[in-house]
Design a protein around this ligand. Structure first.
Ligand code: G3H
Ligand code: ZN
Length: 285
């Protein structure tokens, strides 16, 4: 199959009360694990890729791997730029073959966020490429960017309405207290804020970033309040690395990469499958 439509997949989730997982690609093992899990779970899936991961893998290798994954999959697969940093970078990803785009202008003041996000939508929509925007600041570390707790801010409902109406974005990632990376303590999501935003924008799929480490009950509640895309990367990274570390600890002589990368890949696959069941996307493709 060719890449699927971001908007169609998310709107189906919104209509039917489930969320589609965005799992980040970090290398070939992640890519294969994510798409194999999606096939086995019969779930649509979003391969997310940030600027840092694209730099690591090379943009052409990234798109080629995702394309082969999509073409051989029996389920809808999307290749989504995660936290796109600028208009120029979005152009680069569109040219390379990404099928949907996130522009993260959340560190700018609202007017500037709207202006840049709108510019990206105007570039992408005529090409059939759908766009996710972000509002408020999500804490934690993503790539090389760290937003500490004091700088993390929740999205304001009136601003969310303006961002959506004035830009035409297809999905909104409102900051509601989640964070990237490993949580220190229990995450505290603001469901009140999520609900207020949902009440203003009930037809717009919402995205929950920092999906690793959030308790299952909170994930279910977020989905019930209109979240239809959930991003997970850290839990997969941890599963992959722990598995490989255990193999190294047990066998100091291992040298064939397939002997540890293979089990690392299987560990990612298990996490992804569990998330798909939790998000309710299993059996939806
Ligand atoms: O955009 C990527 C995700 O928000 C990753 O979140 O660090 O909780 O896995 P995570
Ligand atoms: Zn994120």
């Amino acid at each position: 199959m060719a890449f699927a439509s971001f908007k169609e997949v998310l709107l189906d989730g919104l209509k039917n009360g489930y969320a589609v997982g965005q799992f980040n690609m970090n290398n070939l093992e992640f890519t294969k694990a994510i798409v194999e899990a999606a096939n086995e779970e019969k779930s649509p899936v979003i391969l997310g890729c940030s600027e840092g991961a694209i730099k690591y893998m090379g943009i052409d290798y990234t798109v080629a791997m995702a394309r082969v994954a999509a073409e051989t999959a029996k389920v809808p697969v999307i290749l989504h730029l995660d936290h796109g940093p600028s208009f120029e970078y979005v152009v680069k990803c569109v040219r390379a073959g990404f099928s949907s785009i996130m522009i993260d202008a959340s560190h700018y003041a609202l007017e500037q966020n709207i202006a840049l996000t709108k510019q990206v939508v105007e570039l992408c929509h005529p090409l059939g490429i759908e766009v996710e925007g972000e509002l408020g600041r999500i804490g934690g570390t993503e790539d090389d960017l760290t937003v500490d707790e004091l700088d993390a801010t929740l999205a304001l409902p009136a601003e969310a309405l303006r961002l959506v109406e004035e830009t035409g974005i297809d999905a909104l990632a409102p900051a509601i207290g989640s964070a990237h990376g490993v949580y220190v303590g229990t995450p505290k999501l603001s469901f009140d804020r999520l609900e207020e935003i949902r009440d203003l924008l009930s037809n717009v799929p919402m995205v929950l970033h920092g999906g690793s480490g959030i308790p299952d009950a909170d994930i279910r509640k977020a989905i019930s309040l209109g979240v239809s895309k959930i991003n997970v990367n850290t839990e997969n990274q941890i599963a992959f690395t722990h598995t490989i570390r255990e193999i190294f600890n047990k066998d100091a002589k291992v040298y064939d990469p397939r002997k540890y990368l293979g089990p690392g890949k299987e560990a990612i696959k298990e996490v992804v499958k569990e998330k798909m069941r939790l998000f309710g996307s299993s059996g939806r493709a």
